[in-house]
Design a protein around this ligand. Structure first.
Ligand SMILES: Cc1cc2nc3c(=O)[nH]c(=O)nc-3n(C[C@H](O)[C@H](O)[C@H](O)COP(=O)(O)OP(=O)(O)OC[C@H]3O[C@@H](n4cnc5c(N)ncnc54)[C@H](O)[C@@H]3O)c2cc1C
Length: 404
């Protein structure tokens, strides 16, 4: 398998993990990223145990852990009153029950760990300001076509180019992503400026009619992270750098708990992001072009799984590609195998995330049954997450793996 060359369109979390995974299996990789700099700005991300297991396979879990925060508990509270619906252990449980930690990490820290490892393990493999506009299958090779007329040629092209993927569009036709009617506010604030009105050091979901918020900590607890999701149809822009104002964000949570309002009030920047998704796609590959992450299964963030699914995809793809791939039919079989191993899981997670919109956006009174159920059966919420967090990407039996 040595000397096969993969080009990866997109240097987000999905693209970087895919590149690192392919390296483990002897591929040469080139990540082509359109932006001049890497990294999602100003926001945290939750990496559940299934994602941490991928990081461990790539020998990067400790590096991420050093820059992350592991919450003691996961909680649900009523957004307006702060009343606890449930509070269940997470830190110890995650390792004991699902075999890996549950981490909160700043996106730029995660991207930095991944990109640094990639550059160390494959010098020159990360190329910035390379915008891909399409691809051309050419017999036993494929060309990635750049906007400046240049091209990169290799054995495989991976579209890790997010929800508006140009690779997906060429593969399956133009079809706009679906606006879900939800807008997300995002902000981070140093804990020291929050004073007494600091949200708890947990993964805390604040629920209410037509909206919810999530608060958690980053960087060993130095930073508080806020995500606030509101159902509204008047904002459909999607960019990590689009901003609203403090007043607009406060107005969306005007009668909510002081912990929630304080974090909005103290934030210097209020990023605003419209939430889109798609239905599951009929296929993820065309000749030697194949998709991972949001390019093939964008989802609402209500199960906090989009990036984690992209990470699982990257490792699963690398493990599907360990045979002799000289003939196009072998490539087709391998990419079919990858699709078949992922489509049911990612579709279920997409559907689960959509369902959670209804779970998180109910009036306070509707949470009484959840409160009662979790009191009577404290294990209930853990059980509900088993199918997601327990998962480990299967190893390709008897296949070559590079040992460094
Ligand atoms: C508010 C919010 C909260 C979230 N919270 C979580 C969470 O807690 N946990 C979780 O797992 N997920 C979460 N997600 C989902 C997660 O952010 C995404 O699923 C994940 O970032 C997708 O990664 P990706 O690499 O597939 O795509 P992207 O992150 O979109 O990366 C795509 C990359 O491709 C590049 N690119 C695009 N087009 C081209 C081109 N033509 N040529 C070259 N490069 C190109 C882009 O510049 C970008 O760098 C959240 C999402 C939102 C909106």
């Amino acid at each position: 398998m040595a000397n096969k060359r993969a080009m990866i369109c997109g240097g987000g979390i999905g693209g970087l993990v895919t590149a690192l995974s392919l390296l483990e299996y002897g591929w040469q990789v080139t990540v082509l990223e359109q932006s001049p700099v890497l990294g999602d700005t100003g926001a945290g991300i939750q990496i559940s145990p299934n994602g941490c297991k991928v990081l461990r396979e790539l020998r990067l879990l400790e590096n991420v852990q050093q820059r992350a925060f592991a919450p003691e508990k996961i909680e649900m509270r009523i957004g307006q009153s702060g009343r606890e619906v449930f509070s269940i252990p997470l830190k110890g449980t995650a390792v004991a029950r699902w075999g890996a930690p549950y981490l909160h990490v700043h996106r730029s820290d995660l991207t930095d760990v991944l990109a640094t490892a990639l550059k160390q393990r494959a010098t020159g493999s990360l190329q910035m300001t390379r915008k891909i506009v399409g691809y051309e299958n050419r017999g036993s090779q494929i060309a990635a076509l750049l906007d400046n007329g240049n091209e990169f040629v290799g054995d495989l092209l991976i579209g890790a180019d997010g929800i508006h993927s140009v690779i997906r569009e060429q593969m399956l036709g133009k079809q706009a992503a679906r606006f879900t009617g939800n807008v997300a506010w995002r902000a981070t604030v140093p804990i020291e400026v929050l004073g007494e009105l600091t949200p708890p050091p947990t993964a805390c979901v604040w629920v209410g009619q037509g909206k919810h918020a999530v608060t958690y900590r980053l960087r060993g607890g130095e930073l508080a992270n806020f995500v606030g999701v509101v159902e509204r149809g008047d904002w459909q822009s999607e960019s990590w750098t689009d901003q609203g104002t403090r007043e607009e964000a406060l107005a969306d949570f005007d009668d909510w708990h002081p912990f929630v309002r304080n974090i909005i009030d103290k934030a210097e920047t209020h990023y605003r992001w419209a939430l889109f998704d798609r239905d599951p796609l009929p296929r993820w590959h065309d000749g030697r072009a194949v998709l991972v992450g949001d390019a093939c299964h964008p989802m609402l963030p209500f199960l906090a799984q989009g990036a984690t699914m992209a990470m699982e995809d990257g490792l699963a793809l690398a493990r599907s590609l360990t045979g002799d791939l000289t003939a196009n039919s072998d490539v087709n079989d391998a990419l079919n195998g990858y699709f078949n191993s992922r489509i049911s899981r990612t579709s279920q997670v997409q559907a689960g995330a959509r369902k959670n919109m209804k779970v998180f956006h109910k009036p306070a009174i509707a949470y009484a049954p959840v409160q009662l159920a979790t009191r009577m059966k404290p294990d209930l919420m853990h059980q509900r997450m088993d199918w997601i967090y327990d998962y480990e990407v299967p190893e390709a039996p008897g296949k070559f793996k590079r040992t460094l």
